[in-house]
Design a protein around this ligand. Structure first.
Ligand SMILES: [Fe+2]
Length: 127
C-alpha cells in the first residue's frame, strides 16, 4: 500500500469519526481536498502505469476512474450550492467514501496482480 492510499484510509477514518460525533461539517472539506488530489495524482499515475504494462482491462478501469471523477465533481458542486445536508452526506458516504475504499481494496488488486506477473515487472526493494 503506498503512502497516498494509507492517507486515504486515514482521511476516511477521520471523516467517519467526525460523522459519529456530528462534526462532519469540519471534515468534509478536508475530505474533498484530499479526494481532489487523489484523483489528480493517484488515478493519473495509476493509468500511466497500466498503459505502460499494456493492462488488458485498461479501458474498463479508466472508465471506472472517469465515473468516479464525474460523481465526485457532481457531489462537490452540489455541496458548494447547498452545503452539507443529510442527503448529501449520504452521497458522500456511499458514492465517495465507500466507492473509493471498494475500488482501492478490490478493483485495483486486479491490475496489481497482473503487473506482478508481468515479465517486465521489477520487484521493489524491501523496505
Ligand atoms: Fe484504479
Amino acid at each position: 500500500m503506498d503512502d497516498q492510499t494509507k492517507e486515504l484510509f486515514g482521511r476516511v477514518n477521520d471523516f467517519i469519526m467526525a460523522m459519529m460525533q456530528g462534526q462532519e461539517g469540519y471534515e468534509v472539506e478536508r475530505l474533498f481536498d484530499f479526494v481532489d488530489n487523489f484523483i489528480g495524482d493517484h488515478f493519473h499515475q495509476e493509468e500511466e502505469t497500466l498503459k505502460s504494462y499494456s493492462f488488458p482491462d485498461l479501458k474498463r478501469h479508466m472508465a471506472q476512474h472517469e465515473y468516479f471523477r464525474r460523481a465526485f465533481r457532481t457531489i462537490k458542486d452540489t455541496y458548494l450550492i447547498t452545503g452539507l445536508n443529510e442527503d448529501l452526506l449520504r452521497k458522500v458516504h456511499l458514492n465517495i467514501v465507500s466507492w473509493l475504499i471498494a475500488h482501492v481494496s478490490k478493483t485495483d488488486k486486479e491490475w496489481a496482480e497482473y503487473i506482478k506477473n508481468s515479465p517486465s515487472y521489477i520487484k521493489p526493494p524491501d523496505r
